[in-house]
Design a protein around this ligand. Structure first.
Ligand code: NAD
Ligand code: LMR
Length: 342
């Protein structure tokens, strides 16, 4: 212990090594769209997260103050505040370390995620503008569909506002990973919390590419037909929920779990914890599309390192190649929305 010296408030010198011991454990997290199907259970899970000291709930719905009062009665130290309407968005997000955005309309049966774009792109544009002007240092976790296009919209708005940092803008694709782990767990008869499967590409239909060749444990399915079926199940899992809810919306509870897991990882990395890896849809220089989902190492500024993806199987190569035109088109849709002439 004699050789341990406090160098600065953030670093401890031990022998020849410097370990980061940033010990901040009290973050403000803003949830924009907090009164919705995802927003409410997500806010509940964040209220239970010991790294969150202030949870700011924003929504345009009249129930928002009630959701905040309800959550505020839970005996955890996290303070909960309510912010309603566009006029209170700035105060909701000011000084937030993370802004999670599940605002926007969900699918009904027969709709594609792209059908949500017209409505949801406009609100992502307004929220991104507010982030640029009130909390440019915040990490953005975008849940709003179609993620393949809303993330480019947010990124370009931040760029126009002079507040863009590609490390801080992430589309949340964690639900694709959660589903892949669940399905492999069921198939292999193993605890799904012990399964890991990277999912790359984007977050809609054919652009969702689970890499079962890299799953741990290796799936107990040998034939290509089985892998194909499992892949299709993951790609169509969102529609499976939309159909089962029969007009009542899309995945909310599993998504809240996924977004809470992702936010928790972002906060743990912010607080100095090392080796935190999540899949996310981020600005990418690794392949043709400007945005691409794959595992990223999280750090104190969001994405610390884009880990890309390792050797993929011939089947995965084939479906990735087939997905590229769709992903490129989705990204272009986002750009055209931002730069269209009115
Ligand atoms: P919902 O309709 O239940 O909730 C959306 C909430 O957003 C509502 O409370 C609404 O009042 C609020 N809202 C709308 N405009 C707003 C604005 N300008 N500012 C603040 N709040 C606003 O919908 P949901 O089921 O919670 O889904 C939300 C979004 O998440 C949808 O676009 C859905 O497609 C998407 N989603 C994404 C994933 C994913 O994996 N990334 C998974 C599931 C759902
Ligand atoms: C999902 O994957 O569940 C979400 O993207 C919602 C949807 O519309 O499918």
């Amino acid at each position: 212990f004699a050789s341990i010296k406090l160098l600065t408030s953030g670093n401890v010198f031990i022998g020849a090594k410097i370990f980061s011991v940033t010990s901040q454990r009290n973050y403000k997290v803003a949830v924009v769209g907090a009164s919705g199907g995802i927003g409410q259970p997500l806010s509940l899970l964040l209220k239970l997260n010991s790294l969150v000291s202030h949870l700011a709930l924003h929504d345009i719905a009249p129930i928002t103050p009630g959701v905040a009062v309800d959550l505020s009665h839970i005996n955890t130290p996290c303070r909960v505040t309510s912010h309603k309407g566009p006029e209170q968005l700035a105060e909701a997000i000011r000084c937030a370390s993370v802004v999670v955005i599940p605002a926007g309309i969900p699918r009904k049966p027969g709709m594609s995620r792209d059908d949500l774009f017209k409505t949801n792109a406009g609100l992502i544009r307004d929220i991104a503008k507010a982030v640029a002007r009130n909390c440019p240092q915040a990490i953005l976790a975008i849940v709003t569909n179609p993620v393949n296009s809303t993330v480019p919209v947010a990124a370009e708005i931040l760029r126009i506002e002079g507040a863009y940092d590609g490390r801080r803008v992430m589309g949340v694709t964690t639900l694709d990973v959660v589903r892949s782990c669940t399905f492999i767990g069921e198939l292999n008869g193993v605890d799904p919390t012990l399964v890991s499967v990277p999912v790359i590409g984007g977050h809609s239909g054919s652009t969702i590419i689970p890499l079962f060749s890299q799953s741990s444990p290796i799936p107990n399915v040998c034939s290509l037909a089985d892998i194909r079926a499992l892949t299709t199940r993951v790609q169509e899992a969102g529609s499976e929920v939309v159909q089962a809810k029969a007009g009542g919306g899309s995945a909310t509870l599993s998504m809240a779990f996924a977004a809470a897991k992702f936010t928790s990882s972002v906060l743990r990395a912010l607080s100095g914890e090392k080796n935190i890896v999540e899949c996310a849809y981020v600005a990418s220089g690794l392949c043709a599309p400007a945005f691409f989902a794959n595992p990223v190492l999280l750090g104190q500024y969001g994405v610390e390192r884009n880990l890309g993806f390792n050797c993929i199987s011939p089947f995965e190569t084939e479906i990735l190649r087939n997905a590229m035109p769709e992903l490129l088109k989705n990204i272009q849709t986002g750009y055209e929305f931002v730069y269209r002439r009115n």
